[in-house]
Design a protein. Sequence first.
Length: 618
Amino acid sequence: MQRVDPSKFLGPGLLSAQQWEQLNALSATLSPRQALWLSGYFAGIEAARAETSTALPDAPAASVTPPPEMAPSTAAAARTLTILFGSETGNSAALARTAAAEAKALGLEASVVDMGDYKPRRLKEEQDLLIIASTYGEGDPPQPAMAFFEFLEGRKAPTLEGVRFGVLALGDSTYEKYCEAGKRLDRRFEELGAERLIPRVDCDVDYDDPAAAWIADALARLALSEGKSAQHAIAAALTSARPAPAVFDKRNPFAATINDNLILTSRGSTKETRHIEVSLMGSGLTYEPGDALGVFPRNDPALVEKIGGVLGLDLSAPLALKDGEAPLAEALAAKFEITAATPRFIEHWAEISGATELSKLAGDDHAEARAAYLRENHIIDVIRAFPAPGVSAEAFLAGLRPLQPRLYSIASSLAANPGEAHLTVSSVRYMLHGEPRAGVASGHLADRAAPDTTAPVYIQSNPHFRLPADDVPIIMIGAGTGVAPYRSFMQEREARGATGRSWLFFGERNFRTDFLYQLEWQAYLKDKVLSRMDVAFSRDRTNKAYVQHRLVEGGREVFAWLEEGAHVYVCGDAAKLAPDVHAALISVVETHGKRSHDAAEHYMRGLLSDHRYQRDVY
């Protein structure tokens, strides 16, 4: 770390010269993540001081020597700590594991539990709870956490006096109900009488820094309440932060080579769907059927040029970024989301441009109008409509979010395709304001991911979308690219010689042009790897038919399979497919199980809690 002029920090109320030298010596040994952790830790110490009015002993002047062991320093029994997470794409799960590791470094033993596996009746037995929850769509909990939310917000939820809690909420500010799942948990725990250990923090898609600071602050408060000294806690945290072995993950993606990029749909199709094969050779990355591949896309170079031209910026000018210096063009291409506008950008550009129309849209009482505006206008449209002459690159970028990876269900099995991951990608293309537009990731993969080019990738585990034992029957329901994981399921079951029956429900627009992987499914049927296949091509007939209609038509057999222990999988669109299929399954149970509607819903909730009803929807 670079040394800083100490004169601005010395003086009354700040640091003595001796303290400054100690701090500078320590800072030279810290990684950026350790420095961030310590900032959060000291924030926690100060918060605890303010709350308890108990002064902490001054740190010794000498450098800290880690003790051999951090045993509890008080006679009172240590409180239990549970880190509970609700995750759709794995971000909350990863943060929970990080929090548990940092808790251990502080001498705190923590258990990490997925809300999907947690028994809610345990809540009244908890003492300290750190909750990390993502929001799915417009304010919904992650799919695996639905049962937990239903219990917590229902009449059977217990009073939680004596329980201390803190909530870290992850979300996407593109949505109006930003971080709503975390907000719901925060409100409900307070209503049930729990004591808030730390204020809730709401994180956007660029959550790394605020999440790290929240974790450090929360653990600092817990450590201090357990009698850990600041000296011992800091020493333990620093000595435990040994360099980890090099692995490829979201923070450190692997530069994968594109082996193949083919159009699956036939000539005359009203859509374009691609089959893309990615090499993982040399990465050490592995996956299971049901997992996803995270792909870091690049923005369209033509869009970068347009934005530079509208703003009058020199795209070759160097720009200081977190991870070093880069030309503005490269920053716009690879570092920032420059397509879809967000409420945050509307507010930011309103301040820069002085546009009263944007200022009005940014208000809390114009949420519906703002959402409608954002659906019809991208960032390029906003800056064209409301010019800001002379705006600097730094001022423009301050309103943007980091470019995020996109997750695609893997359409292959490692057992059948060693060292490869296959993707099924629908190219998003449309017209807006008279100009052709494309999805950020699908456009990149369709137009610029030619064979022998590379793309940064990582594996995102999906433990809530897994094959059962080889002898257990499965029912797979998907439309369009939602068929991707079922291709991996069939490849895996064939490689393992599985004996369990398999039934696929697949839907698309037209039989002749959109029957994805048709020859493969027919081969699986011939070889009895796939026991049965029902298809629905919605545009081949006047009365449109979808997969939910095929489910109802085959309802008697579907219910028989369920009664025999079949696992049900749903993959595809969250807005229409998932609720329509769910309603169809309830109807099947109600009709052929001779149950009331409420009893049929209870039956489906039972399948969900038993992990026999698994959904991967987006």
